[in-house]
Write a protein that binds this ligand. Structure first.
Ligand code: XIL
Length: 662
């Protein structure tokens, strides 16, 4: 087990906004060069990552993704099983979460994916006529693409339609509708969202080969028929040392058709453990892929399939392989990071990794003094028991169960904050025999109910079994409960020591805050950083408080101070703005306005929703940093270009009140 220490995130990159729990952590401005995103943005190139709802709720993932990438792709949330799990019942809670992230951080959004053979709910393949199947496809494409109208820059409309020999994959779509399903999907997507660029995406189509030639011939047939098709996506799930030598030639033959090309899911996997020479080869591979794309005018961007080891699909899907992305287990840049920056013409400046967040207990039920709000899901009986206990002398007993889904439950809607990631843990035990215990959340969204498993394991009668897992609480819920069941038995069941924890915001410079951090807390081990993780001394002071001491000299009432800093590389700059509430009451919802002194033009912003009209700029809080407690600060950043001088703005207002400058 790894220990956790509470420390404020130290930040060394020039422009970083780490916002957790609504209060920003003051960044230190080090003399760092531009980030990967800045290098890409400066040349009009997209550098993206797949994003998932769980990764998005991790402050460490965000720390890296916010600043290093200017594009995001829906990792799983845009797929059929997520968006239309039941015919005609669309659920966009998860995909909207990704779209909101893209919007509030100013990133381009890639939609993934409308029609695929995988991650399909069973109902899609149920017996029906071809005409009905076609209607299923059209309804889905219209429903999903329509929902995201004007927010998705590119859709992977059809994913993985080919076999390795260039013939069509025998999916439910091809079997029932023939090749025309592709044209139908593209046409429906164009009708639903005319602004979105439409892509066909596949793997093993990076080099010139039978499969990519099948794709090449298909897009020519589509073009000849006037079917809307804007580009092809080359996934690029590669093995170290195996970048196809014909990659650039292949990209060029597609762009010669007037199509755009994107590298959509790049990762370069290495047999584990990865050694230094393999990481060097991997850097060369990344350089080759990004370089080949950047060299061709119609190749507009590269997306990696995740940020770091913790959110890579490789270890789970290619056993024995890993180390496939630009960042490692501790969010440190791998050599490939610098290679990618260089491939885009930049000078690498290796970013500092984020600090380990604290883990705060938001609820715990030791069941030493009664049920504390726990009850039954059905007709079974829920009682406080001293017949068995994991810790102390009490537990909960669920008896008289007549169905597997019955078991102890408790409403938790009022305890959890939408959009946050939680670790939910509990101990389970059977009264006799064994059963598969499942700890889950029941989430009601209007009339739709979702049962979301957190952890499952075998429970037995002779000892306690720990159930623990991450849970991302999606916005929009009307009810939420945690519950325990056994999926294969109805015998008596014990439950004890339930806890719900989440990443906290350090509120004190003193590590003694760690009193609120449970020593038994363990998140997914790959995402945790041991205290011995090497950190450069140049980082901002470890444990720097989010409330700066000087701001305690509050002026009373309302007041604000702004610190405006920039990292200027001539013609372009990254702005970093920290606004401190010097008043005596919290600011809830903020708008910061200023007027540029020259012709500065913002192209991208993060941790704010920023609009510019002429020289006038309006920066409104993002969804998660709208509250600035008295004495605390919010921080956001932006990228801008200019010609001539780059004089700092001389005045700022916060919600209409003039701020002092720091
Ligand atoms: C993968 C996800 O990363 C996994 O989390 C999921 O379990 C399976 O799908 N090609 C694609 C992506 O187009 O959608 C796949 O993503 C990876 C291969």
């Amino acid at each position: 087990m790894r220990q956790r220490r509470v420390r404020a995130a130290g930040i060394a990159a020039a422009v970083v906004a780490l916002v957790a729990g609504g209060v920003s952590v003051l960044p230190a401005l080090a003399a760092a060069g531009p980030t990967l995103a800045q290098v890409a943005t400066a040349r009009g190139f997209s550098i993206g990552t797949a994003a998932g709802v769980k990764t998005l709720a991790s402050s460490q993932w965000r720390y890296v993704a916010d600043t290093q990438f200017n594009s995001v792709t829906m990792g799983n949330e845009g797929k059929w099983d997520a968006t239309e799990p039941v015919q005609g019942q669309f659920d966009f809670a998860a995909a909207d979460f990704i779209a909101d992230y893209a919007r509030t951080t100013g990133k381009r959004l890639r939609g993934h994916t409308l029609v695929w053979h995988s991650q399909l709910p069973a109902w899609v393949s149920a017996d029906r006529t071809a005409a009905e199947q076609r209607q299923v496809l059209l309804d889905h494409v219209s429903g999903v693409a329509g929902h995201f109208k004007n927010t998705v820059a590119q859709w992977d409309v059809v994913n993985e339609p080919f076999n390795e020999d260039g013939t069509f994959r025998s999916s439910v779509w091809y079997q029932r509708l023939g090749e025309d399903y592709i044209a139908d999907a593209l046409t429906a997507a164009r009708a639903a969202d005319p602004a979105a660029k439409l892509y066909i995406n596949d793997y093993n189509v990076e080099g010139v080969n039978a499969k990519s030639t099948g794709l090449y011939n298909l897009v020519q047939r589509l073009q000849a028929r006037g079917v809307p098709i804007d580009g092809v996506g080359l996934q690029a799930h590669l093995i170290v040392g195996q970048v196809p030598s014909t990659l650039r030639q292949n990209i060029e033959r597609f762009t010669a058709l007037g199509l755009k090309v994107e590298i959509t899911e790049l990762d370069v996997r290495i047999p584990l453990p990865a050694d230094a020479s393999e990481l060097t080869q991997q850097a060369a591979d990344y350089r080759a892929v990004v370089g080949a794309c950047a060299a061709v005018a119609g190749c507009t961007g590269v997306t990696t399939w995740g940020v770091g080891e913790a959110d890579s699909w490789v270890p789970a899907f290619f056993p024995g392989y890993g180390a496939a992305l630009l960042f490692d287990e501790q969010w440190r840049a791998r050599p490939a990071y610098s290679a990618v920056v260089e491939a885009l013409g930049g000078t690498p400046s290796v970013p500092e990794p984020p600090a380990t967040p604290s883990l705060v207990t938001v609820a715990s039920w030791p069941f030493e003094t009664g049920l504390a709000g726990w009850g039954s899901r059905g007709s079974e009986v829920t009682t406080a028991s001293t017949a068995a206990a994991h810790g102390g002398t009490g537990s909960v007993l669920s008896s008289g169960r007549t169905a597997t889904w019955q078991g102890p439950t408790r409403p938790v809607l009022d305890l959890l904050t939408p959009g946050k990631l939680y670790t939910v843990s509990a101990w389970a035990r059977t009264a006799s025999g064994s059963g598969t215990a499942r700890l889950s959340m029941q989430r009601q969204n209007g009339t739709a109910t979702r049962y979301e498993n957190v952890s499952a394991d075998t429970a037995i009668s002779t000892t306690w079994t720990r159930l623990s897992g991450d849970y991302l609480f999606l916005p929009g819920a009307t009810a939420l409960s945690v519950y325990l069941e056994t999926t294969d038995t109805t015998g008596d069941l014990y439950l004890d020591d339930v806890t719900i924890q989440t990443e906290g915001t350090p509120t004190s410079a003193s590590p003694s805050v760690s009193a609120s951090v449970s020593p038994s807390a363990s998140r997914s081990p790959s995402a945790s950083v041991s205290p011995s993780a090497s950190r450069s001394p140049s980082r901002s002071p470890s444990g720097s408080p989010s409330v700066s001491p000087s701001s305690s000299a509050s002026s009373g009432g309302t007041g604000c101070a702004v610190h405006y800093a920039k990292n200027d590389w001539g013609g372009g700059f990254a702005g970093d703005v920290t606004v401190t509430n010097t008043g005596s009451t919290a600011v809830t919802g903020w708008t910061l306005r200023w007027t540029f002194a020259g012709n500065q033009q913002v192209s991208q912003a993060w941790s704010t929703v920023l609009t510019q009209s002429g020289a006038a700029v309006t920066a409104v809080n993002a969804a998660w940093n709208g509250t600035i407690p008295a004495g605390a600060s919010a921080n956001f950043g932006f990228l801008a270009s200019y010609t001539g001088g780059n004089t700092d703005p001389s005045a700022f207002t916060l919600n209409g009140t003039a701020c002092t400058l720091r």
